[in-house]
Design a protein around this ligand. Structure first.
Ligand code: ADP
Ligand code: TRP
Length: 327
């Protein structure tokens, strides 16, 4: 039996933070290390064109995202890790899928509605057809298992529909696609713990994997713990959740017990947590710096992986072109 194809991607819109790590990257590494899947992980630079980054930011961020994914544990020998725009077939397949997708289906997409509010001055057509490109990403490699956060489930459902519409019109070809929800609770912002940790909130709200120990200490020291009017504080819950992920079981239990008894010292919690996060990513920081310095090696890895991706993509496009009558 061939292994199921697991496919996911990340936009190169900023340095990885612990929310991205726990919500997405760590799972990909865990999936990779089971050895049970044919793995693809890609950097969605074409998708990022729908946003507001400058070309300079995009170029350097693609590179940094690649360095960070490798430093975090994505192994390019086990996972085909590549940059979307290095494989031309993504846009070619997306065009064919555009001709199968009713506009009304795209109008239902909540991410399009959200982003149209967030970037009201830049509601471009790409933002609207974005989920079709995403379907092409997945189906080009015959992905069937797609780990994503909640916000992306609708896009994976649309991918399944597009595969069905294709099969109905051009004959059975694409298999059923399923999303896998990452089971990590949302990591919250340090300064505004009612919101999810997101780089769009600003640097003080997030801990980046690349943050130096003193920066982590400083950011955590400013993290919100108390709530106005008392009651269960979401900021404290968030710090405990992080301690569960990054600290020892003993440390976690100790602070949970203190919180219940009302004897918890937030300063101590923050300092233990800062140390555990800094330790968890000590090796990451070294590897990241070494990849960022060694651009030759990083480019060679990306090129080698893109080459493999291109072979698979070309094969799929050959089949698709034949089926749709492009000769
Ligand atoms: P950001 O909100 O910082 O721009 P992205 O939207 O680029 O992050 O998210 C990339 C991946 O990380 C997605 O799969 C998303 O589900 C996951 N993710 C982002 N923020 C969090 C968070 N605070 N908690 C858990 N997962 C998150
Ligand atoms: N849309 C995803 C995001 O913003 C990124 C993405 C693009 C993706 N294509 C994909 C994720 C295909 C999974 C599969 O997070």
């Amino acid at each position: 039996m061939p292994k199921p194809v697991l496919f996911s991607g990340i936009q190169p819109t900023g340095n990885l933070h612990i929310g991205n790590y726990l919500g997405a990257v760590k799972q990909m590494i865990d999936f990779q290390n089971t050895g049970e899947y044919t793995m693809y992980y890609f950097i969605a630079d074409l998708h990022s064109l729908t946003g507001n980054m400058t070309p300079e930011e995009r170029g350097s961020q693609v590179f940094i995202t690649a360095a960070e994914l490798l430093a975090a544990g994505i192994d390019p020998k086990k996972t085909t890790m590549f940059v979307q725009s290095h494989v031309r077939e993504h846009t070619e397949l997306a065009w064919i899928f555009e001709t199968l997708t009713p506009i009304a289906e795209l109008e239902r997409m909540t991410q399009f509605k959200d982003k149209s509010i967030r970037q009201a001055k830049n509601i471009n057509a790409g933002l609207f057809t974005y989920p079709i490109l995403q379907a092409a990403d997945i189906l080009l490699y015959h992905g069937t298992v797609v780990p994503v956060g909640e916000d992306q489930v609708q896009h994976v459902e649309l991918t399944r529909d597009i595969a069905r519409w294709f099969n109905k019109k051009y004959g059975e070809y694409f298999a059923e696609v399923k999303h896998v929800l990452t089971n990590v609770p949302r990591v919250k912002s340090l300064l505004d713990p009612n919101k999810k940790m997101s780089k769009s909130l600003g640097a003080g709200h997030v801990i980046e994997l690349a943050d130096e120990p003193d920066v982590i200490q400083k950011k955590l020291s400013k993290a919100v713990t108390a709530t106005e009017g008392g009651g269960k504080a979401p900021g404290v819950d968030n710090l405990l959740l992080l301690l569960k992920q990054f600290g020892t079981e003993e440390q976690y239990q100790e602070f949970v017990a203190a919180e219940k008894k009302g004897t918890i010292q937030y300063g101590a919690l923050k300092s233990v947590l800062a140390e555990s996060i800094a330790d968890t990513f000590a090796e990451f920081r070294e590897k990241r710096a070494s990849f960022v310095k060694n651009t030759k090696k990083l480019n060679a890895i990306l090129e080698e992986n893109a080459e493999h991706a291109r072979l698979v993509a070309a094969h799929t496009m050959k089949d698709v072109r034949k089926r749709v009558g492009l000769v």
